[in-house]
Each structure stands twice: as C-alpha cells, then as structure tokens.
Design a protein. Structure first.
Length: 112
C-alpha cells in the first residue's frame, strides 16, 4: 500500500477519534451506552483497522510511527468503552482527558 493510502486510513481513524471525543464530552454515560453504532462496535472496527495499518506500515518509519499512535488512540478508546460499559464516570473522565491530551481534536473549536 502506498504512503497516501496509509495516511488516508490514518486520517479516517483520527476523524473517528475526534468524533468519539466530542461525543463523550457532550453526552452522559447512558446516552453513550445507547449510541448507534455502539462504542464497542466502533472500537472493534478501529482495532481491526489499526492491526491492518500496522501490517501495511511496517516498511516505513513514518508510517510505523502513525500506526503506533493509532494503536495508542485505540487502546484509550477501548478504556473509554470499558468505562461506559461499567458506568464508571471517573474512569471515563480520565480516559477522555488522556485522549484529549494527545491533541486528537481541539475541543474548544467544538464548544466543549
């Protein structure tokens, strides 16, 4: 896969992460639980794309770095999904703060 396609997949995952973060900041746990598609399905798909991206990116240091960042984002998003399923507001807040600290999205631009 060429670098442009890898960047395209990377950008799509970042866009999903952005929306995920915005939704978490605007919604309660009960609303997030009932989201369609649900958070677990989103994380499952992102995990699959992350694994594919990692295989495709192994031949280039820049692509591998992107893949590693995505893997980290997905891990945090798994923690968010777990916090939602366990209705753990504190864990959810911490995971959101961590994802936000990575600069995935500027929440202030979205009114958060």
């Amino acid at each position: 896969m060429n670098n442009d396609k890898i960047r395209e997949v990377y950008q799509k995952i970042i866009e999903v992460s952005n929306q995920f973060l915005i939704d978490c900041n605007y919604s309660s746990i009960s609303l997030l639980e009932n989201r369609d598609p649900n958070i677990e399905a989103i994380v499952k798909d992102l995990n699959m794309f992350s694994a594919i991206l990692k295989k495709l990116a192994s031949d280039n240091a820049e692509n591998l770095a992107m893949s590693n960042r995505i893997e980290y984002y997905v891990m945090i998003m798994r923690n968010i999904a777990l916090a939602i399923s366990e209705k753990n507001e504190d864990a959810l807040t911490e995971a959101i703060k961590l994802l936000d600290s990575l600069g995935v999205v500027d929440l202030h631009k979205h009114g958060c």
